[in-house]
Design a protein around this ligand. Structure first.
Ligand code: C2O
Ligand code: CU
Ligand code: CU
Length: 497
């Protein structure tokens, strides 16, 4: 069965907010073994090959699903790069429309960044060379084409990227990939009656961000991981288009957060609920030494516009796809089963994490404001309903030809981001930042670490500095990482020189 160009490119159906799942010919069973993505190690001069392609995936029982991926049917390999080296890869594209490979979280020059100005066109192959110099971190990569990021990521053009720092290798954390160090790419999806992925953002599901009713981890529905009876490191990426997760375990156990978007935390932070908005990452350590099987759960995502829409948004909230849940809206993400034939290599966690980055931004010399608007200037809502770019930042919808900001290389600034109507995960290319305040409260940097996404709660202030350049031909982006908001124009471009 061919993956049709139409299903990838354009929403099908008309006038419905949710697809009909009546009469479906498949079952969405959980519990298959957690897929562990292959590693593509781009250290030591290896030339990697990453080719965007369409493929067929076995996600459901009784149906196959047409998907997209980088050198595989869905998603892509876990790419590992090393600090101090240049990572090289040939980027190809066998899909009938331009894609890109944006290296989300890498501190690299604008021309290496893989944003909307750096497409890989159909049948083209381009050489990527990425100069890696930043702390060890869990990042990711995804397609980032103007107007198309939401669809590309939904169908599978996204994978995990790990930065290793050879000078800070001995951090005492579990680090045997696939055994006690597991990548978890969490995504919600909607499947149609023939098992196909359905991506039809419009009306409320576009306004609120497109969410799914099945949870995939590494491309499998609610899978089960086999873990040793000891400390296990989970590198969690919220690779969803719009859903905010509140992760926890069914027995309420405490776990330790040891890493954030941009690197490790100075000391482990205990918690039993971890909130991750789209594009955010966290590394956590979970102690499985009691040998008990346990499920990872998440709570409801209530992120929706609060006012200004004549009170209709409550009803719209009910129209969003959401996973089957209990009365409190709690649903299963995946399961963990302890396997006694696996050996736990780490059984205790030190109170500080060696090699964790120490932010040194210096004193800010400038303040910049960004107002995230759910509507564009001049009747944006009408434009949005008509399929145009109805969302904006500081009243300007993203235009490929407009540079919105010019930032000076190496100068520290405070960026003040104000969001309206709902929570917006604001992302900045080219660097990591420190969150100073959010929702009117000061933020403890020891708990949040270096970030490249902040879930703006009303107003957030971040301390930011760029140490790489981006010219007007390949500028950096800042945008809301609810991908439907980004594709509607809640994005801007800036140069660094
Ligand atoms: Cu995750 Cu502009 O990207
Ligand atoms: Cu990015
Ligand atoms: Cu947004």
């Amino acid at each position: 069965m061919q993956f049709t160009r139409r299903s990838f490119i354009k929403a099908t159906g008309a006038g419905v907010f949710l697809p009909a799942i009546i009469g479906r010919a498949w079952a969405a069973e959980g519990g298959v073994p957690l897929p562990i993505p292959e590693v593509m190690d781009l250290g030591s001069g290896t030339m990697g090959e990453l080719t965007a392609q369409l493929g067929s995936s076995q996600m459901l029982q009784g149906a196959s699903t047409e998907t997209a991926g980088y050198s595989q049917a869905y998603s892509g390999p876990v790419i590992r790069v090393k600090r101090g080296e240049t990572a090289r890869a040939k980027l190809g594209n066998t899909i009938a429309e331009p894609i890109s490979v944006h290296w989300h979280g890498l501190h690299i020059e604008g021309h290496q960044d893989g944003g909307p100005h750096s497409p890989v066109n159909p049948n083209e192959v381009i050489d990527a060379a990425l100069d890696i110099d930043q702390p060890a971190a869990t990042l990711w990569y995804h397609s980032h084409i103007m107007d198309r990021t939401g669809a590309h990521v939904w169908y599978g053009l996204a994978g995990m990227l790990l930065v290793d720092d050879p000078d800070a290798a001995d951090n005492g954390l579990p680090s045997t990939y696939g055994e006690d160090d597991l990548p978890l790419v969490v995504q919600d999806r909607i499947f149609g009656s023939n098992g196909e992925l359905v991506y039809e953002p419009r009306g409320p599901s576009q306004m609120m961000g497109y969410r799914g009713n099945e949870i995939l981890v590494n491309g499998a529905i609610r899978p089960e991981a086999s873990v040793p009876a000891g400390m296990v490191r989970l590198r969690i990426l919220n690779g969803s288009n719009a859903r905010i997760y509140h992760f926890g375990f069914e027995d309420g156990r405490t776990f330790m957060q040891v890493g954030a978007d941009g690197g490790l935390l100075p000391s482990p932070t205990p918690m039993n609920t971890l909130t991750l908005s789209p594009a955010e990452r966290a590394e956590i350590i979970v102690d499985f030494s009691d040998g008990a099987a346990v499920r990872m759960l998440s709570g409801p995502d209530n992120n929706s516009p609060m006012g200004g829409m004549g009170g209709g948004m409550g009803r719209m909230g009910g129209m969003m796809a959401s996973p089957q849940s209990d009365a409190n809206g709690v649903f299963e993400v995946m399961r963990f089963a302890v396997n006694s034939s696996l050996t736990a290599k780490v059984s205790t966690l030190a109170s500080t994490i060696a090699g964790a980055p120490v932010p040194d931004f210096g004193a800010p010399v400038r303040r910049r404001s960004f107002q995230l608007n759910m509507m564009g200037g001049g009747g944006g809502m009408m434009r949005m309903m008509g399929g145009g770019h109805g969302m904006s930042i500081n009243g300007e919808s993203m235009e490929m030809s407009v540079i919105n900001e010019q930032v000076a290389l190496g100068e520290t600034e405070i960026w003040e981001i104000t969001g309206e109507e709902m929570l917006h995960p604001f992302h900045v290319h080219g660097t990591s930042f420190q969150v100073l305040s959010n929702g009117g409260r000061a933020v403890d940097p020891a708990q949040t670490g270096l970030k490249d996404v902040v879930l703006v709660d009303g107003k957030a202030e971040i301390l930011v500095r760029f140490d790489r350049t981006a010219d007007a031909a390949t500028p950096y982006m800042y945008h809301c990482h609810i991908l439907e908001h980004e594709d509607l124009g809640m994005m801007g471009q800036f140069t660094v020189a």
